[in-house]
Design a protein around this ligand. Structure first.
Ligand code: F6P
Length: 360
């Protein structure tokens, strides 16, 4: 009987619960014993590992967040922390792990996988586990599902939680626009996304924003006046409000952060009655949309399939993602590397290559 554990790590996202449910039930139907690791990698380091049954994942398909808790674990980033994690996995007879989280969390999973044999060797030398373990648990099989509102990961068209976050953003902006119209105001809305502008871009398109600022396409020098001119054109055509969306990671062509307060001040100086709304964590909350429940469910089922695919499971860790309407598997480390190289390209101001890398 396979023993498979699931953990959620990093920033939560709406859709993590449906993913846990689908994975746990699909794995149980295949005969697995399924475990939840509480509070992300902290639960692995501290041996907070609990068995799940059919009923323990009931009624969670419509709940936001993650019922098993999440954290950004500092201890797991150390080798000593990962050694404790390996020990606790062996203690619980588990060498199959599903990680639901962002690129940092998936990098952590891959690191544990790459150190697995040497960590086990050290644990044998320390007399903490028996030498048989080296053979019985020779491989750590890892599957990853990207749970993140940022939609910033290569290997999947959509990350779990991104659609719900855009829903929250749209609801908020629609509400703001009704008061903006009454007062003929200009609003600067700051959205999350870290160094990915996807949330800002798609919500700007869907709300008819006058100007959108994202990290991947820093505006040219003099952009402030260009923005003001755009807003002015809108006003001249009869628009009673203006809307600028700023991604929290937005930068100018020198790589300097563009803050929402800077944008607001500029507009104020141009005579606008301007206000800022920073949407913050409201974007991460609430019930998952249809799309997030759906992709989380099919990705959850596919990850359970992965652990039973004898050929695949022996190979490198996989990322379970979406390609159009299809659920796909890709080598986890390639996806992580490609995603991290985008962050580097942005830092090095090689913006054209970012677009090539993200596929347009
Ligand atoms: O990665 C998800 C995300 O919500 C980012 O968009 C944001 O920058 C960050 O997490 C916020 O993190 P925290 O919840 O730790 O403040």
């Amino acid at each position: 009987i396979k023993r498979i554990a699931v953990l959620t790590s990093g920033g939560d996202s709406s859709g993590m619960n449906p993913a846990i449910r689908a994975f746990a039930r699909a794995a149980m139907l295949k005969g697995a014993e399924v475990f939840a690791i509480r509070e992300g990698y902290n639960g692995l380091v501290n041996d907070s590992i609990l068995p799940l049954n059919w009923g323990s994942v009931a009624g969670i398909i419509s709940r936001g967040g993650t019922i098993i808790g999440t954290a950004r674990s500092a201890e797991f980033r150390t080798r000593e922390g990962r050694k404790k994690a390996a020990f606790n996995l062996i203690k619980n007879k588990i060498n199959n792990l599903l990680v639901i989280g962002g690129d940092g969390s998936l990098t952590g999973a891959n690191l544990l996988r790459s150190e697995w044999c040497s960590l086990l060797g050290e644990l044998v030398n320390d007399g903490k586990i028996s030498p048989d373990c080296l053979e019985n648990y020779s491989t750590l099989s890892i599957a990853g599902i990207v749970g993140s509102i940022d939609n910033d990961m290569c290997g999947t068209d959509l990350t779990v939680g991104a659609d719900t976050a855009t829903r929250r953003i749209l609801e908020a902006i629609d509400s703001i626009l009704s008061t903006a119209v009454s007062h003929q105001r200009s609003f600067v809305i700051e959205v999350m996304g870290r160094n990915c502008g996807w949330l800002a871009l798609v919500s700007g398109v869907a709300t008819g924003a006058d100007y959108i600022l994202i990290p991947e396409s820093p505006p040219e020098k003099g952009w402030e006046q260009h923005m003001a001119d755009n807003l002015e054109k809108g006003r001249l055509s009869g628009r009673r409000c203006s809307l600028v969306i700023v991604s929290e990671g937005a930068i100018d062509s020198d790589g300097k952060p563009i803050t929402s307060s800077y944008v607001r001040q500029f507009l104020e100086d141009k005579g606008h009655d301007a206000r800022i709304t920073i949407l913050g964590h409201v974007q991460r909350g609430g019930t998952p949309t249809f799309l997030d429940r759906y992709i989380a469910t099919i990705m959850g089922v596919e990850s359970a399939n992965y652990f039973y695919d004898t050929k695949e499971a022996q190979k490198e860790p996989v990322l379970i993602g979406m390609s159009g309407t299809d659920v796909i598997r890709s080598p986890l480390m390639e996806c992580v590397k490609k995603t991290q190289s985008i962050a580097t390209l942005i830092k090095e101001k090689r913006f054209n290559e970012v677009v090539d890398c993200r596929g347009g």
